[in-house]
Write a protein that binds this ligand. Structure first.
Ligand code: PHE
Length: 343
């Protein structure tokens, strides 16, 4: 038995030396030490049939053999793990001195975002703060606070999406609800713009979409008058379409301003002569505006006898369409890569 043990040990250690990978090692381990049928295991099990004396002698040797075989296997395992690790490191090696390769397929800004960023830069340079408000709005802020009471016909032109079970909630149809929110939250004097998404329940076509962007502006202070409004709008028009651009303001009714205007700029393409873009009129309508109605100031907690204000709203989406010559508004929200990759 002792001889057999010695022999097994020598055989095991030689076998271990010629082992090349983890799989072979596992095989050998089972062959020697497997709980069922392992050569060494079986031999150790045989010990119990020996006499007490023999047990003591052989037992010690058997344990030694087992220990050294186990150790040898463990060392081999360690070796393989180390090999694997350094292999990984080699594979993951990067040359940090190599200049960066040009990036491929990087995303880019949506045309809406490009125009919005551009206007935010312009307005912040004129001292406006950029703020936002909720797209899921209350009936109060979207309509009532803006001097559009229930059953007012102005509501008909701005049908939107309502929330089941919350008759007071709706998707805002304009950025104007942030006028009253801003006055209530920040007080006066106030000089803010509000770019953001708006919604309307439209039968969509190339000129109408259920989701679009506006950019609202609001200035409230003492001694604010109509020429301040005109000055700001002129600055925006010239920024967008060049220094020769002119604006004209025509009367238009919005319940939350008095007087109210629709603002047009000379067509950037034909410079006022008349073309396809301006439908031969020479002018493009790009905003609504006016002096803030006293009852809107009151809703905002502002005393109309002390403060005045003006407000304007640009169709941001319309500006984008004009700038890039986009003829179908639905492309903007389509997620269509062929369209988007052009910008
Ligand atoms: N909210 C108006 C619209 O959606 C635009 C507007 C804003 C008009 C501010 C006047 C003042 O048409």
């Amino acid at each position: 038995m002792q001889e057999k043990l010695q022999q097994l040990k020598t055989e095991a250690l030689t076998a271990l030396n010629s082992i090349k990978d983890k799989l072979q090692l596992e095989e050998l381990e089972t062959k020697l030490l497997g709980r069922k049928g392992g050569q060494l295991t079986e031999m150790l099990k045989g010990l119990k049939d020996l006499s007490e004396d023999a047990k003591r002698q052989v037992g010690q040797l058997a344990n030694e053999v087992k220990k050294s075989v186990e150790e040898a296997i463990a060392n081999k395992k360690k070796e393989f793990v180390q090999q694997e690790m350094s292999g990984l490191l080699e594979k993951e090696y990067i040359d940090i001195t190599q200049p960066a390769l040009p990036a491929k397929n990087l995303g880019h800004l949506h045309p809406n975002t490009i125009i919005q960023n551009d206007l935010e830069d312009l307005f912040t340079s004129m001292g406006f703060a950029v703020i936002d408000g909720p797209e899921l709005e209350s009936d109060y802020y979207n309509f009532t606070a803006l001097n559009i009471p229930e059953n007012h016909p102005a509501r008909d032109m701005q049908d939107t999406f309502y929330i089941k079970g919350h008759s007071d909630w709706l998707m805002r149809t304009q950025t104007s609800p942030v006028q009253v929110r801003a006055m209530q939250k920040h007080g006066v004097p106030l000089r803010v713009i509000v770019p953001g998404k708006c919604y309307r329940n439209e039968a969509t076509d190339p000129r109408h979409e259920h989701t679009f962007y506006q950019l609202e502006g609001l200035v409230v202070d003492k001694d604010i008058n109509f020429s301040h409004l005109k000055g700001v709008l002129e600055a925006v028009a010239k920024h967008l379409y060049g220094p020769k651009t002119q604006i004209r303001l025509l009367p238009k009714f919005y319940p939350f301003v008095e007087p109210g205007v629709r603002g047009e700029v000379t067509c950037f393409l034909c410079e006022g002569k008349g073309c396809r873009v301006c439908k031969q009129t020479g002018w493009l309508e790009i905003f609504g505006a006016g002096m803030v109605h006293p009852s809107v100031l009151k809703e905002g907690g502002v005393d109309p006898n002390v403060y005045q204000g003006f407000a304007f709203g640009f169709g941001l989406t319309r500006l984008v369409m004009l700038k890039y010559g986009i003829e179908d508004i639905r492309l903007l929200e389509s997620g269509n890569m062929k369209f988007l990759e052009q910008f």
